[in-house]
Design a binder for this molecule. Structure first.
Ligand SMILES: [Zn+2]
Ligand SMILES: [Zn+2]
Length: 431
């Protein structure tokens, strides 16, 4: 082939993270995925410091380049696989910028690309973009290739709580499962049962999770706790002192009479709001996936196209890719430490992930039919590694659910139909 490889670099919008690099070839051969047989498999000369390839083993070929960011993120993943599956799996890295002919042999168009080849030399699957270790192992299992004997990936699964939640029911927030502060407690009197919420904010999340409810009718059922006296008062007639805590997160104190609100304001500054103003303020910022009310301070930032939105939880943030049908970039925080975790998607799959060890926790509970369903947004999270997840779980002994990969969390959302997305996170509808 005479024409040189034309290389396009697709850069992220605001953050300099490169998802995948396009290798656009002008004279691509007609058959772009040549059959690879054991006899004609990629010669070792194209491999970058290639280890000895053991005949008769399945092979994972990663085609990348040393200066492409997601390719670099693949390097530690490949190293671990090489170490953990020595004698079970051949792991090969090919630098297609240094060895352009190798890219041609495999007919790849983007880097990094991982090619899964069975022991007989037959290509089984290829994946474009960053591919985490757990996802690679899951893919081999799905392809029916047994890599047994290697170090198993010990994903955490909690089907029964480590310890039962012994808090009295009226001390637990119906929405967030947090402890109810008696000074900010909100009570919603329903037809058949009472909902206890930890704060006015959770009350607005509750409102935004209701399906087909009349907002005015719902508001009439709400009582808030008077900050001064501790007594319940009607929410719609209370005065609210809207301030900010040390972390910049809004605080809302309710007062049955305006004078006590003014008095509190003298020592703890904030704005005095009536219910209608508080409601429009609280409902102004919504999750771009499920439409629930969210504070930007608590949410994930999701970039797509030239705009950005919020995901009320880590899993909702990935769901934005399914809802807007675009590639997205998520900036999430580790559930334990707040360390940044960045995920970029490409065609509904994870294209890059920082750090590459990041994992997801899928909080689940058993429904009345015995099915495992989502335990809701407040029970989901991303973690930079398994150790952080374990520490987070240690502090939540009543938690049930399972550790999944971020790619799996995205795949779960990409499978949803528009009807399912419309019902996502709604009370009684979220599955
Ligand atoms: Zn709450
Ligand atoms: Zn959401």
């Amino acid at each position: 082939m005479k024409a040189p490889l034309k290389i396009l670099i697709v850069a992220a919008l605001a953050v300099a993270v490169i998802a995948a690099v396009s290798l656009k070839r002008r004279n691509a051969p007609a058959e772009s995925t040549p059959a690879i047989t054991a006899a004609t498999g990629t010669p070792d000369r194209v491999a970058d410091a290639a280890p000895a390839v053991v005949a008769g083993l399945p092979k994972l070929v990663d085609l990348g380049a040393d200066k492409c960011i997601p390719c670099k993120m693949m390097a530690p993943v490949l190293e671990e696989l090489k170490k953990d599956y020595a004698g079970k799996l051949n792991v090969q890295f090919i630098d297609v910028w240094k060895n352009p002919d190798a890219g041609k042999v495999y007919g790849i168009e983007m880097i990094p690309t991982q090619i899964f080849v069975d022991a007989a030399g037959k290509e089984l699957f290829r994946h474009v973009g960053f591919f985490g270790k757990d996802d690679i192992l899951a893919k081999w299992r799905e392809l029916g290739v047994d890599l047994a004997g290697g170090k198993p990936s010990a994903a955490i699964v909690l089907e029964t709580p480590v310890a039962a939640d012994t808090r009295p029911r009226d001390a637990v927030c119906f929405m967030c499962d947090g402890d109810v502060n008696p000074q900010t407690k909100v009570v919603v009197n329903g037809e058949t049962e009472q909902r206890i919420l930890c704060s006015p904010h959770c009350c607005f999340i509750y409102f935004s999770s209701l399906v087909g409810a009349d907002p005015k009718g719902e508001e009439a059922k709400v009582s808030v706790t008077d900050w001064a006296s501790g007594k319940l008062v009607a929410a719609a007639s209370a005065t609210y002192l809207y301030g900010m805590d040390a972390k910049g997160r809004p605080t809302i104190k309710a007062f049955g009479d305006k004078d006590s609100a003014v008095k509190e304001q003298q020592t703890n500054p904030g704005n005095l709001l009536v219910w209608d103003v508080l409601r429009s303020k609280e409902l102004a910022t919504r999750c771009a996936f499920c439409d629930r009310a969210a504070y930007p301070e608590d949410a994930c930032v999701v970039k797509f196209g030239t705009t950005h939105g919020l995901g009320c939880c880590t899993h909702c943030s990935l769901g934005v890719a399914a809802r807007v049908k675009q590639d997205i970039e998520v900036e999430a925080k580790d559930g334990l430490t707040g360390e940044p975790i960045r995920v970029k998607t490409l065609n509904g799959m994870v294209a890059s992930m920082e750090p590459p060890t990041a994992i997801a926790w899928f909080g689940q509970k058993k429904n009345a039919d015995g099915q495992w369903v989502s335990a809701g947004c407040f029970k989901q999270g991303f973690f930079v590694n398994e150790a952080n997840l374990q520490k987070w779980l240690d502090a939540r002994p009543a938690m049930t659910g399972r550790q999944i990969t971020i790619a799996q969390a995205l795949a779960d959302k990409m499978m949803l139909s528009p009807e399912q997305i419309a019902k996502a996170c709604k009370l009684g509808e979220c599955k």
